[in-house]
Design a protein around this ligand. Structure first.
Ligand code: UTP
Length: 312
């Protein structure tokens, strides 16, 4: 059973005629966030503010922007702050209303009306693959998107929309691929591909995947970033996937199996090459850079912040 926060949003979706409309997004937020301790001792890392919104709100906005307004968060300990953020805050809203502070009131209410948000608990954080498997009953037998809060994608770069289109046209599962320096592939899942990954938005066939390989063993320098559109066949694969790297059940290992399965069994993995604006919030240094980058772009005070940074 999942719990639900009541909200709604009518958005356009990249729906292809003849294909069922894909509406569900799964956002796993049950990780321990050890790289951010002690900041993440009492709150999930997805609730850390990036300029003036928690990271998770950017991610839900991205899902809704791509037409996915049914959002399932796979939570663990400390889920209270997440639920509160997407729920009404009557006292606060009334106080702002009484003050006539429409601007802040709208900002407070924005997260509440964004999407239909559901929650399910993972129990033991046994890995990203296990978190995705927790979504099986909610998702059913339709393809679905998975978005990780570690990666924020600039709304001007519609990566998820492209991935949904590729899934609708070609079937199977779709991953996002980012070229990284070879000595950093060991931080990511890594893909072997057929074809040319030169252009932004290029679609390539993925032939193999390996989680956090040593640079000398990596099949390429194409790293998986935190956006997936998965065929529901992934659930059966995850049920039989043994713990891998870090003794965790890895989505990358399930994708490795899907890449070798026939299309009529839900197999096949496609990669969309991404060269757009991505803000990594997964560790402390990247997070600081993301806050500065997005701070400089803030419509209200970005220019002043940029001037101040330069003056230092
Ligand atoms: P990470 O690998 O970044 O792990 O998970 P983490 O525990 O959150 O962070 P560190 O490495 O300890 O600092 C990627 C995403 O998968 C979720 C996390 O919440 C994060 O969004 N996740 C991971 C789960 O939901 N459950 C898990 O068992 C593992």
């Amino acid at each position: 059973m999942t719990e639900t926060t009541d909200a709604s949003a009518a958005q356009s979706s990249p729906h292809q005629p003849g294909h069922p409309r894909l509406t569900k997004a799964v956002i796993p937020v049950a990780g321990l966030g050890t790289r951010f301790l002690p900041a993440t001792k009492a709150i999930p890392k997805e609730m850390l503010p990036v300029v003036d919104k928690p990271a998770i709100q950017y991610v839900v906005e991205e899902a809704v922007g791509a037409g996915l307004n049914d959002v399932l968060m796979v939570t663990g300990r400390n889920k209270g702050a997440l639920e509160d953020h997407f729920d009404r805050q009557w006292e606060l809203e009334q106080a702002l209303e009484a003050k006539g502070d429409r601007n802040r009131l709208e900002r407070v209410q924005a997260a509440t009306v964004l999407a239909d948000v559901h929650y399910i608990r993972q129990g033991d954080p046994k890995g990203l693959g296990h978190a995705v498997l927790c979504a099986a009953q909610h998702v059913g037998d339709q393809p679905f998107a998975v978005l990780l809060g570690d990666d924020l994608i600039d709304p001007r770069d519609p990566l998820l929309t492209t991935m949904l289109q590729v899934q609708a046209e070609r079937g199977g599962s779709v991953i996002a691929l980012l070229e990284v320096p070879r000595d950093q592939v060991n931080l990511y899942g890594c893909a072997a591909i057929e074809g040319d990954a030169d252009a932004d938005g290029a679609v390539v066939k993925v032939t193999d995947l390996v989680e956090k390989p040593a640079p000398e063993e990596a099949p390429s320098n194409l790293a998986l970033i935190g956006r997936y559109v998965l065929h529901p066949a992934v659930f059966d694969v995850l049920r039989r996937t043994k713990p891998g790297r870090g003794n965790e059940i890895q989505v990358t290992d399930a994708l490795h199996e899907l890449a070798g399965m026939p299309a009529d069994e839900g197999g096949g993995v496609w990669g969309v090459v991404f060269r757009g604006r991505r803000y990594d919030t997964g560790d402390r240094l990247s997070y600081l850079k993301a806050v500065v980058q997005l701070g400089e772009e803030h419509e209200e005070f970005g220019a002043e912040f940029a001037r101040w940074l330069r003056s230092r």
